[in-house]
Design a protein around this ligand. Structure first.
Ligand code: HEM
Ligand code: HEM
Length: 365
């Protein structure tokens, strides 16, 4: 904690100009995206494991708080990507260092230039959803906001669980290895750390096309609000709502993950690469950040390392499990009751076909 307070104080005091602020922004955007990723991988897995929860998670994404957060998230990814490329270029071409202040300004300018049309595209989806379609009744906005906050509570419980596991692991490790503070203050650069240094650069570059493609699809081509619309599902030949009685977020994922070209499930393979690269890059990055602020205490530092390792392992396991299970069409029917709840929450009329389907399902039981 002391070193975090020190960092904040010294960052504000020290006049390191643009280079220093781009370091702060790179760190903040990296950590912000990692936190989003933890929620996102878990709730994406619900599409196959708990379809009703997935419908609710996407409804939360389509609520006003997340709509604001969505602009922040896209800024964070784009700025971090461009600044990351700058870091990689300067690492391999140290002679360019005298241009580093101009490069930092250029990264910011490029980010704003790229984001201007992207934000316009996203804003048009937002206006359609909130104003043209009036998909959330004015009197229901607060209910939707409260609902989307409550929807995140299980993640706090999950975080406490992972933290407890990290503390136990750190304690066991300390028992076996003893106190590292006895072994000299600064750890030597090990081959493992050199590997991670190279990995951060290589994975960063590989992530650029993957994450930009994913975001373009989910924010511009289709748009977060169209995940539940009766439209063609981006990157497939299918239309949402042709299997279920009404379109749903679960059917959207079903079509994307069942789409095969030349015998290859294109989007499952794509998501697998994205999952592995961003999880390893993001949580190793988070390890750098947390260990920077816990270096004063051996146990706190080990807990930070364990926390990043356990969280990354859980996300890789859960995210990959969702990609590898065979997809059953039943998940779309399971999503229907939750879809009706969302219509009601937003003050929209539940379509007759959906009511009839749900009545039929209750009678059938
Ligand atoms: C609000 C913005 C986003 C939306 C609406 C969104 C939406 C989705 C959807 C619908 C899927 C399901 C599979 C598919 O259709 O391909 C998915 C999967 C995935 N997304 Fe995103 N995404 C967003 C941002 C991001 C970002 C910023 C990252 C990376 C940092 C990311 C990483 C992933 C990964 C790794 C998967 C696969 C998860 C798994 O294996 O279970 N997404 N996303
Ligand atoms: C889009 C392409 C990306 C590029 C080009 C990129 C590049 C980089 C680079 C070069 C570093 C510095 C590594 C070091 O200091 O050794 C870094 C750090 C980091 N990255 Fe990325 N990255 C990208 C995407 C992401 C994503 C999607 C996340 C989150 C899931 C993320 C999270 C982080 C974090 C938390 C750090 C540590 C920041 C720090 O030490 O201050 N990055 N990134």
């Amino acid at each position: 904690m002391t070193s975090l307070v020190l960092t904040v104080r010294e960052t504000l005091r020290y006049r390191g100009a643009i280079g220093q602020w781009s370091w702060v922004l790179h760190r903040l955007t990296g950590v912000g995206v990692v936190l989003f990723l933890a929620l996102h991988v878990i709730d994406t897995s619900w599409a196959v494991f708990y379809p009703d929860l997935y419908v609710k998670a996407i409804a939360a994404y389509q609520s006003p708080i997340f709509t604001l957060g969505e602009f922040g998230l896209v800024f964070a990814v784009v700025y971090h990507a461009f600044n990351g490329i700058r870091i990689v270029i300067f690492d391999y071409k140290p002679e360019l260092w005298r241009h580093q202040a101009q490069a930092a300004v250029a990264v910011l300018a490029l980010t704003l230039l790229v984001l201007a049309p992207v934000f316009l595209g996203m804003a048009s989806h937002v206006i359609d959803f909130y104003f043209t379609e009036q998909a959330i009744a004015g009197s229901k906005v607060m209910d939707v906001v409260v609902f989307s906050i409550i929807e995140q509570l299980p993640f706090i419980a999950g975080f406490v669980g992972v933290l407890a596991a990290a503390i136990v692991l750190a304690a066991l490790f300390s028992l076996v290895r003893g106190d590292a503070s006895q072994r000299g203050k600064y750890p030597q650069a090990s081959p493992v750390e050199r590997f991670w240094w190279g990995f951060m650069r290589l994975s960063g570059i590989l992530i650029v096309p993957l994450v930009f493609g994913h975001l373009a699809l989910m924010h511009v081509v289709q748009g977060v609000f169209d995940i539940t619309a009766a439209q063609e599902v981006a990157g497939t030949l299918a239309t949402n709502g042709t299997i279920g009685v009404v379109p749903s977020a679960v059917e959207f994922v079903f079509h994307r993950w069942s789409y095969a070209a030349g015998g290859v499930f294109v989007w499952r393979v794509y998501d697998l690469f994205l999952l592995v690269l961003v999880t390893l890059h993001g949580f190793n990055g988070l390890r750098y950040v947390l260990t920077d602020y816990t270096s004063f205490n051996d146990f706190a530092r080990r807990t930070s390392v364990a926390l990043c390792t356990v969280t990354a392992a859980v996300l890789l396991a859960v995210g990959a499990a969702a990609l590898f299970v065979p997809l059953e069409k039943d998940i779309i029917n399971e999503a229907m009751a939750a879809t009706a709840e969302i219509y009601e929450l937003r003050g929209e009329e539940v379509p007759e076909a959906l009511e009839a389907f749900l009545d039929g399902a209750t009678e059938g039981e």
